[in-house]
Design a protein around this ligand. Sequence first.
Ligand code: 6PG
Length: 261
Amino acid sequence: MSEHQLQGRSLPNGRGEIIVVADAEALAREAADRFVRITTAAVRERGSAAVALSGGSTPGRMGHLLAADYRQVVPWDRLEIFWGDERTVPESDPESNAGVARRTFLDQVGIPVRQVHTYAMEGIEPELAAIAYGARIRTIIGPAAPDAGWPRFDLILLGMGDDGHTASLFPGTAALGEQEALVVANQVPKLGTVRLTFTAPLINQARDILFLIGGAAKASILRDVLEGPEQPNELPSQMIRPTVGRLTWLVDEAAAAALEG
Ligand code: 6PG
């Protein structure tokens, strides 16, 4: 874990801070550094750390580092692990975000099984699975009652698709308008499937939101999201604006190549 923390550049209109690193390896290492810093501070201040992992391929290398070089410095026994979205497939399926994370690093780090919170969805309607997962979030990290406010994650990791989606908040889908529920089942016509996803209000309650974005294929969409006009229905990643927390866009040079700022 490196001692220094890279300083980024502030973005306009409440979009947080962007940090550009050289390449995929630097992205993974900086992400692992921040994962350790944020979870260690949360455990020190509150006794535990609630983390929501993302799916996609970008976090894979970070996961390997957390299970190897960083394994001894993560307070695994005080973490509560969730996922910001999930596909409606069994965990054994290569598409399963939880399955990929378990196989990549979670099964190697000795985190107590009861602290890994996967979406229970086998044989359950996606809508009910979403409600149940939201209830689990409230039970584990509170607040208990909806009228008492929103649960606050210590860290939510996000990726961004080349269509500007994040979690499973896809352009033009119903989940974008959800302002009450923590988690919803979202019909995604372009994929021909239903995805379970955190809603933007839940994500925006987090103390730390960390986007991990790498590769040249993301360059133009990242410019549109960060420097283009506000169009959250077309670019759902623009909906991510923390209410009180910190938003960091951790990006490699290839993905940052089209940015003007
Ligand atoms: C998912 C993710 C999704 C992902 C982006 C970026 O379940 O697929 O949560 O939002 O983060 O699609 O994926 P890559 O990191 O593979 O580009």
